[in-house]
Design a protein around this ligand. Structure first.
Ligand code: NDP
Length: 250
């Protein structure tokens, strides 16, 4: 287990999908401001994930990288089981990795449906399943934050697959929060609105932002700031909540 300069063991936090976008901002926020070791994760963009680790280390934090596909149950279990065997159980997990594959429903392929559900919702099971019992066995407080979406709360045209997966994450998070409350492990869900990342780069932002009372898109750092709080000791009495970062969208 990693130690800080005073020789104290650092709590570990895994941030899935932290090679870029919101996940990267979360990893940097946690790695640069909290007494934690951040495990940066990606599926393809290893160079970007390594760069994120480097940025954390350069500012005095601790970081390492993992690569696996959250939609691949066997691969996720293999990588995560080996990781915790070597480095110990996690204090915190941020389930952020996600994709979109939009189409109006009559034009939505079965492949697009399955892929989006398997990644966004399947990832909930595939990542947490190998990590939960080791987290419980620590017999210490823990934190799980899931990243859902405004799309999962409101439903979004062209995103039946994504809205379904993101709504599923909300239900799963609330159920898990009840199961883990007696263990002092909190589970909360963050629902971002329109956030400037590669995922939203091709959206007609000017038009979409007309529905946002604050009149602008959010930044990845504004989501990261909330996640950082939910990961901290200060948030110990907050669990089973769905918290929006959406400029007043609804
Ligand atoms: P990006 O597309 O910028 O980044 C996606 C991240 O997820 C990357 O790190 C990517 O890894 C990883 N990832 C994608 N598929 C897989 C997979 N199968 N296995 C493992 N990792 C994977 O997305 P955002 O930062 O915009 O979004 C992050 C989260 O926030 C998502 O869950 C998204 O649904 C949610 N969200 C985003 C909003 C927005 O406006 N941007 C609004 C509401 C919710 P790699 O780099 O290796 O491909």
């Amino acid at each position: 287990m990693a130690k800080n300069e005073q020789g104290n063991e650092l709590e570990r936090i895994l941030v899935t999908g932290s090679s870029r976008g919101i996940g990267r901002a979360i990893a940097l926020f946690l790695g640069q401001r909290s007494a934690t070791e951040v495990v940066v994760h990606c599926v393809n963009k290893v160079a970007e994930a390594e760069a994120c680790c480097e940025e954390i280390r350069n500012s005095g934090g601790q970081a390492s990288c993992l690569q696996f596909d959250v939609s691949n149950r066997e691969q996720a279990a293999e990588v995560l089981t080996a990781d915790i065997a070597s480095n110990g159980a996690y204090y915190g997990v941020v389930l952020n990795a996600g994709i979109t594959d939009d189409a109006i429903f009559p034009a939505m392929s079965g492949v697009a449906w399955d892929k989006v559900i398997a990644t966004n919702l399947g990832g909930f099971y595939n990542v947490l399943s190998p990590l939960i019992m080791p987290m419980i066995r620590r017999r210490k407080p823990g934190r799980i934050v899931t990243i859902s979406s405004a799309s999962g709360e409101m439903g979004n045209p062209g995103q039946a697959n994504y809205s379904a997966a993101k709504a599923g994450i909300i239900g799963a998070s609330k159920a898990l929060a009840l199961e883990l409350a007696s263990r002092k492990i909190t589970v909360n869900c963050v629902t971002p609105g329109f956030i400037e990342t590669e995922m939203t780069a091709d959206l007609p932002m000017e038009q979409l932002l007309q529905g946002v009372p604050l009149g602008r898109a959010g930044s990845a750092e504004e989501v990261a700031s909330l996640v950082n709080y939910l990961m901290s000791a200060d948030s110990a009495y907050i669990t089973r909540q769905v918290i929006a970062v959406n400029g007043g969208l609804y």
